[in-house]
Design a protein around this ligand. Structure first.
Ligand code: B12
Length: 492
C-alpha cells in the first residue's frame, strides 16, 4: 500500500480539497483497463489525529511508501512531526516529500533523516517513475524531477522534467474523499469547491516562490476540461461556488472569454488570481462575460505603489495600470483584491510610505477594493533575489530548523525579523494593515457578525481619516473581540 499524506494546513473550517495529493492519487487510479495501485489518503485538515491513522494503516500491513505534500509554513511543521514519528515506528518504509517546500528547499528537506526522496515541481509523472525505481524497474538517477541522497551521502538532483498540461492527466478521484466535508460555506457560496486549471506561471517576479520551480513556464488545461470538471462537481455534489487556485488564471483574452461562456450556465460564483496588465487589455464585452459567468472577486498582485520598486521586482506592470484597473473594474461589479509586498530592502521606509499613500488612492477610486499588505520575505531565486539580499539572509538547512517559531514566523510573514527592515517600519506596515482592515473589514470573513463589522468601522474611521495609524491598541482589542484576527496563513 501507498499512503498519501496531506498534513494539516489550518483550521478545519478553512478545509479545502487537498488538490496536490488528489493529483497524485489520480495517476494511481486504474485507467484504460490497467489496474490501479493500492493507496490511502490521510488529510490532516480532516482527520483530528493523522498520526494514529498512519499507525492504523501501517501496522500489520506492507506499506511501500509514505508520500507527503509539503507547503512552507504550518503544513511543513506538521509534516516534520508526523514523518519523524512515522520513521521511528516504521524505519523500513521510505518517505518522499513533494510540493513547494521540498521543491524550494530540496537540500534542507533531504537533510532531515526521515526524508528519503524529494519530488521537485509537477508530480504526476515523477511519482509513478519513482515507484518503478523503488520496485527495481528503473534507476533512481533516471527519474527526472527527483532528488535523493546517494550511497556516499551526497545529494543528487536529477534534471527537471518538461511541464505537462493538466489536460494530459486523469481527472481527480474526488470519490476517494468524503466530498461533503470539503464543500464549506465561504463568502462566495454555501458549498465552495476549489480547482486549479493550470500549473506554473509564465512571469518571473523576483520576489515569488513559484519562479525558482517553474522558471517562467505555465501549462493550462482547456476551457472545456475546466467546465467539464465544474459541471461534474455541480451535478454530483451540488457546488455553488469555486475558488480557482491558479497562479495566473487569465492569460489570454480568448481563453478567458471561452471559459466564462462555458461556465456561465452553471451559475457559480467564483474567485481567481489574475494579472493587472492582462485584465486591462480585455474588452468590456469580455469583462461583462466574466461577471455574468460568476466572477465575484479577483486577486491581483499590485505589489507596490512605486514604479521603481515594481521594476526592481520585475513585475512588468506600472502603478498607473493598477489605478486604471481599480477604477475600470468597478462598472463590472467585480471586486478587485490587491495584494502588496511591502518593505523594499533598498529603502523600506520610503516604500512603506509610498505604498500607504497608493493604497489610499485606490480606496478613493474603488472603496470596495480589498487590500492585502504583506511584508516582503525573500525566497531562493537563481536569477537573484529582489532587493539583492543574498548576503543578508541564510535559510535554515533542515526542516526542523524551518519548523522553529523564528522561521515559521518568517514564512508566514508575521514578525519576519529581516535585517533590512527596521522594527519601527515593520510596525508601521502592521498598524496600517490593522487600520485599513478595520475601516473596511473584508467581505471574505463570513463569520464576522454585523455588529462586529460596525464596531470596527466606527472605531477606525477617525484614524483612517487623519492618517494616524500608530498604537492601534483599541483596534487590536476590537479585532480580537469580534474574532476577526486569525493567523494570516489561514487566508491566502
Ligand atoms: C491552496 C494554497 C494554500 C492553502 C492550502 C489549502 C489546502 N488544501 O489545505 C492555504 C490557504 C492554507 C495556503 C496557505 C499558505 N500558503 Co499557499 N498556496 C496555495 C495555492 C494557491 C495552491 C496550492 C495547490 O493546492 N495547488 C494545486 C496542486 C495540484 O498543485 P501543487 O500544490 O503545485 O502540486 C503539484 C506539485 O507541487 C507536486 N506535489 C505537491 N505535493 C506533492 C506530494 C507528492 C508526494 C508528490 C510526489 C508531488 C507533490 O505535484 C502536484 C501535481 O503536479 C498555491 C499557489 C499555486 N497555485 O500553486 C499557494 C502557495 C503554495 N502558498 C504559498 C505560501 C507562501 C503560503 C503561506 C506560507 C502564505 C502566508 N502568507 O502565510 C501559507 C501557509 C501554508 C500552511 N498553512 O501550511 C506559496 C509557496 C511558495 C513560497 N513563497 O514559499 C504559494 C506558491 C503561493 C505564492 N505564489 O507564493 N496556501
Amino acid at each position: 500500500m501507498i499512503i498519501l499524506l496531506h498534513p494539516r494546513t489550518g483550521k478545519p473550517k478553512n478545509r479545502r480539497f487537498p488538490l496536490a495529493i488528489l493529483s497524485i492519487a489520480a495517476v494511481l487510479e486504474g485507467h484504460d483497463g490497467k489496474a490501479g495501485e493500492d493507496y490511502a489518503i490521510v488529510d490532516g485538515n480532516l482527520d483530528p489525529n493523522p498520526g494514529n491513522t498512519l499507525d492504523q494503516l501501517a501496522s500489520g500491513r506492507n506499506v511501500e511508501l509514505l508520500a507527503v505534500s509539503v507547503m512552507p509554513g504550518p503544513q511543513m511543521v506538521s509534516a516534520v512531526e508526523l514523518c519523524r514519528a512515522f520513521r521511528k515506528r516504521y524505519p523500513g518504509v521510505p518517505i518522499v516529500w513533494g510540493g513547494y517546500f521540498p521543491s524550494l528547499y530540496t537540500d534542507a528537506a533531504l537533510n532531515a533523516g526521515y526524508v528519503d526522496y524529494c519530488v521537485r515541481g509537477q508530480g504526476e509523472e515523477t511519482f509513478p517513475e519513482l515507484l518503478e525505481a523503488l520496485r527495481g524497474f528503473r534507476a533512481l538517477k533516471n527519474v527526472r524531477g527527483l532528488s535523493f541522497t546517494d550511497a556516499f551521502g551526497l545529494h543528487v538532483h536529477n534534471a527537471m522534467r518538461p511541464l505537462r498540461s493538466p489536460n494530459d492527466f486523469p481527472w481527480l478521484p474526488y470519490h476517494r474523499l468524503p466530498v461533503e466535508k470539503y464543500l464549506l460555506p465561504t463568502f462566495l457560496g454555501h458549498r465552495t469547491a476549489v480547482h486549479q486549471a493550470s500549473i506554473g506561471c509564465p512571469y518571473r517576479c523576483q520576489f515569488c516562490g513559484v519562479v525558482p520551480i517553474f522558471d517562467g513556464r505555465q501549462k493550462t488545461e482547456t476551457p472545456q476540461r475546466t467546465a467539464a470538471v465544474l459541471t461534474h462537481l455541480r451535478q454530483q455534489y451540488g457546488i455553488d461556488a469555486v475558488q480557482f487556485y491558479d497562479n495566473n488564471f487569465f492569460l489570454n483574452e480568448s481563453h478567458a472569454r471561452e471559459q466564462a461562456e462555458l461556465i456561465a450556465p452553471l451559475g457559480l460564483r467564483w474567485w481567481a488570481e489574475g494579472r493587472i496588465d492582462a485584465f486591462l487589455r480585455y474588452s468590456d464585452a469580455t469583462l461583462r462575460a466574466m461577471r455574468e459567468s460568476g466572477a465575484t472577486m479577483i486577486f491581483f498582485g499590485a505589489e507596490s505603489g512605486s514604479d521603481k520598486v515594481l521594476a526592481n521586482m520585475n513585475k512588468q506592470i506600472t502603478s498607473a495600470q493598477t489605478l486604471e484597473l481599480a477604477a475600470r473594474i468597478r462598472q463590472f461589479g467585480i471586486i478587485p483584491e490587491f495584494s502588496f509586498v511591502v518593505g523594499d530592502p533598498a529603502n523600506p521606509e520610503e516604500d512603506t510610505r509610498a505604498t500607504i499613500d497608493f493604497v489610499r488612492r485606490i480606496k478613493r477610486l474603488n472603496p470596495a477594493a480589498e487590500i492585502i499588505v504583506q511584508h516582503y520575505i525573500p525566497v531562493p531565486n537563481p536569477n537573484g533575489m529582489y532587493g539583492s539580499v543574498e548576503d543578508q539572509i541564510r535559510f535554515p538547512s533542515t526542516p526542523d530548523e524551518w519548523a522553529t517559531d523564528r522561521w515559521l514566523n518568517f514564512t508566514i510573514r508575521q514578525d519576519p525579523q529581516l535585517p533590512w527592515l527596521p522594527r519601527a517600519v515593520q510596525r508601521r506596515i502592521d498598524n496600517f494593515e490593522l487600520v485599513i482592515n478595520s475601516r473596511w473589514p473584508t467581505i471574505q470573513d463570513v463569520h464576522l457578525p454585523k455588529w462586529g463589522r460596525w464596531m470596527l468601522q466606527s472605531l477606525s474611521g477617525w484614524r483612517y481619516a487623519l492618517g494616524f495609524y500608530g498604537f492601534p491598541v483599541e483596534l487590536e482589542w476590537a479585532q480580537r473581540f469580534v474574532a476577526l484576527r486569525k493567523p494570516r496563513w489561514e487566508s491566502l
